[in-house]
Design a binder for this molecule. Structure first.
Ligand SMILES: C[S@@+](CC[C@H](N)C(=O)[O-])C[C@H]1O[C@@H](n2cnc3c(N)ncnc32)[C@H](O)[C@@H]1O
Length: 209
């Protein structure tokens, strides 16, 4: 990792930044996914979770907060500590923050299929082939009826329509996809299929500089 992924989060401090607008949209969608989730225990995973800003505050304020077992996987220990501290402050005892490689399927083996899968800030940093592979793995990470929330910038080449096609091919239905005019590129897909087994020892993607 050559990029400063801790400093990357600074843009969140500017409420007018594109990143803050994206965060607001993701939080809205996470809340809606929790609203729509079936009763009983729930599971959520976040790949490359950063500081957990999309999930932790929403969960903290949600009626289902104590129903959800959460795993955030993040490579940068500084970001992981911010997420861990936020979860602790919010009294969320079922949030686990793992410092490790979120691309490895093994990171989720005991927690899938999950009702909520966050893949935010990933598809803009990996190759097209890796996006395709990750979408395929979403059909193993996500439970039937579960939600995948993902992001991708809308700069040229705008891959969002292609990514939506890949989700459709894997048995997902679109719930919401931001329009190019929004500029933030947030997608939400619900899984209608039967989750396939998650393969062990597979690397789903690799960040490129
Ligand atoms: C663009 S940021 C997105 C953070 C967060 N999901 C968000 O949207 O606020 C990408 C994050 O992925 C982390 N990261 C990069 N490669 C990773 C990997 N292989 N495994 C886990 N985390 C990784 C970085 O440290 C960084 O925090």
């Amino acid at each position: 990792m050559t990029r400063d992924w801790y400093g990357w989060h600074d843009d969140y401090e500017d409420p007018g930044s594109a990143l803050s607008r994206r965060l607001a949209e993701v939080r809205l969608r996470v809340g809606q996914a929790l609203d729509a989730a079936p009763p009983g225990p729930l599971r959520a995973i976040s790949l490359c979770a950063g500081q957990g800003r999309d999930l932790i505050p929403v969960l903290a304020a949600h009626a289902r907060r104590d129903d959800v077992t959460v795993r955030l996987v993040e490579m940068d220990p500084r970001n992981a500590e911010v997420a861990r501290s936020a979860a602790r402050t919010a009294g969320l005892s079922s949030v686990e923050v793992v410092v490790g490689d979120a691309a490895r399927t093994d990171a989720y083996a005991d927690l899938v299929p999950a009702d909520l899968v966050l893949v935010c800030g990933v598809f803009g940093n990996v190759s097209e082939a890796d996006i395709r592979a990750t979408v395929r793995h979403c059909a193993a990470l996500c439970a039937t009826g579960g939600t995948v929330c993902w992001t991708r910038h809308r700069r040229s080449p705008d891959l969002v329509p292609t990514i939506c096609g890949w989700f459709a091919a894997e048995g997902f239905a679109p719930v919401a996809v931001s329009s190019p005019a929004d500029g933030v590129g947030v997608g939400v897909h619900r899984f209608l299929g039967e989750p396939r087994p998650l393969p062990t020892g597979v690397t789903m993607f690799e960040f490129v500089d």
